[in-house]
Design a protein around this ligand. Structure first.
Ligand code: CUA
Length: 178
């Protein structure tokens, strides 16, 4: 019995079959298209906003959000039992995410800019602003800061698009732009 492998088992010495190389080229090109799509979509998709992020303790963030709400609450959204807060244009605006709530409801002015800070007080949530479909991952221990200037008046829904437990589907908030 011979223990020498047959010659054709050394596949790298065989010429590549035309169908195989075609598939390799197709797959590689598609990988490159998807890879380049990421920076393209960042610039032209208006969906994943450029952001800064900083380490922060949940208590410190919660205190800032509370201070903002205490100062600028204009009314209460009775159905949701969440204050509607109208911070002045140009200011730092805080949005807390936690199981299972976006707090508070923000009321912003159209065509004015704000620095929006978002963090999670417990674990990962996904900030999704609808119907404009802006999506940002929100992580505990980090505040994500975005410079925003809403350019269309209306009522925007804030949903959580990162599965975060049994109340995930009830984690709804709101942003008014007037
Ligand atoms: Cu928060 Cu899902």
């Amino acid at each position: 019995m011979s223990l020498t492998p047959p010659n054709q088992i050394i596949w790298w010495k065989e010429p590549i079959h035309r169908i195989e190389i075609t598939w390799i080229i197709l797959a590689l090109s598609w990988c490159l298209v998807l890879f380049l799509w990421m920076p393209y979509w960042h610039v032209f998709g208006n969906q994943n906003l450029s952001n800064e992020s900083y380490r922060i303790k949940p208590e410190a963030f919660e205190a800032k959000a509370k201070a903002m709400a205490d100062k600028y609450t204009v009314r209460k959204e009775t159905k949701m039992d969440i204050p509607v807060v109208k911070p002045p244009p140009g200011s730092d605006v805080y949005l807390v995410s936690r199981m299972w709530q976006w707090w508070p409801i923000l009321e912003l002015e159209k065509d004015k800019s704000y620095r929006l800070h978002v963090t999670s007080l417990d674990w990962q949530h996904g900030l999704s602003i609808q119907p404009v479909n802006i999506n940002v991952q929100i992580l505990p221990g980090y505040e994500t800061v975005m410079n925003i200037s809403p350019n269309q008046a209306g009522e925007y829904g804030v949903v959580c698009n990162e599965f975060c437990g049994v109340g995930h589907h009830t984690m709804l908030g709101k942003i008014y732009v007037k």
